[in-house]
Design a protein around this ligand. Structure first.
Ligand code: NAD
Length: 254
């Protein structure tokens, strides 16, 4: 992949005003793409990114923003479905309204944005959709019942979409980050009784001993979005420091 492998391509990134989405939008632009960011509040998004207000829970808002992006960018080749929210609790803990809310953003948000973008993706010679999964797709973590259900559904949807659209030349993949140092995780740490101890616990959960960076996730997304990945579809690319697949012995033991 070269610094200009996305030259001439147009990309839409949902939730692109913060964290992984902002790092991704910035990297896609660095690699040569024209990029629109769809977010609740895109006010902080600056040149060369195009910020567009959109709420992925509102179909009309999504359709309007996707059309505005396609018009301004001259089409859509790449869609990154990144907007998402978290939830903490066991299966007993979250009220129905919260289940509906989180599924509305994390799962139906992907549906609405992809549905709106598909007519444009079909016109592209290099169409790629990248969805944001999570370590919780493949690994049971405590206190993440609702969030895990939403991201597991995104993974299954990724596979189904990849099958549905492969013959139209549209690739669909999923990136699965471990715990990433973004404003989201910052908010969780701020809410902890002992933020430093909580950060140390999160670092220790990852075999490589630290949080993943937003730039590392962005690089994986940019790879899957790029025409250099033209034979890669329907995969779950883990960017998690080995959390999902490695089982280490305690430090100092071989
Ligand atoms: P973040 O909170 O820093 O950014 C999320 C962005 O999504 C924000 O700009 C927010 O305004 C936007 N957003 C939220 N609801 C929206 C809506 N209804 N419509 C439009 N935009 C909306 O979060 P992040 O840590 O960068 O996470 C981004 C994605 O990565 C999410 O899908 C998350 O589930 C996933 N992820 C994050 C981590 C992590 O540890 N941070 C790990 C695995 C997966």
């Amino acid at each position: 992949m070269t610094a200009t492998d996305l030259d001439g391509l147009s990309a839409v990134v949902t939730g692109g005003a913060s964290g992984i989405g902002l790092a991704t939008a910035s990297l896609l632009a660095e690699r040569g793409a024209r990029v629109a960011v769809l977010d609740l509040d895109p006010g902080a998004v600056g040149e060369p990114l195009l910020g567009l207000a959109a709420d992925v829970t509102d179909d009309a808002s999504v359709r309007a923003a996707v059309e505005a992006a396609a018009g301004a960018l001259g089409g859509i080749d790449i869609l990154v479905n990144n907007a998402g929210i978290g939830a903490i609790g066991t299966v007993e803990d979250n009220p129905d309204e919260q289940w509906h809310r989180v599924l509305d953003v994390n799962l139906l948000g992907v549906v609405r944005t992809t549905r709106a973008a598909l007519p444009h993706l079909r016109r592209s010679a290099h169409a790629s959709v990248v969805n944001l999964g999570s370590i919780v797709v493949t690994t049971g973590l405590p206190q993440r019942a609702l969030y895990a259900a939403s991201k597991g559904a995104v993974h299954s949807l990724t596979l189904a979409m990849a099958a549905d659209h492969v013959r139209e030349g549209i690739r669909v993949n999923c990136v699965s980050p471990g715990t990433v140092d973004t404003p989201w995780v910052g908010r969780l740490l701020d809410a902890a009784d002992d933020p430093a101890a909580e950060r140390a616990a999160l670092n220790a959960r990852q075999p490589h001993g630290r949080l993943v960076t937003a730039q590392e996730v962005a690089a994986a997304i940019a790879y899957l979005a790029s025409p250099t990945a033209a034979s890669t579809t329907g995969i779950l690319l883990q960017v998690d420091g080995g959390t999902a697949n490695l089982r280490l012995r305690p430090e100092g033991r071989r």
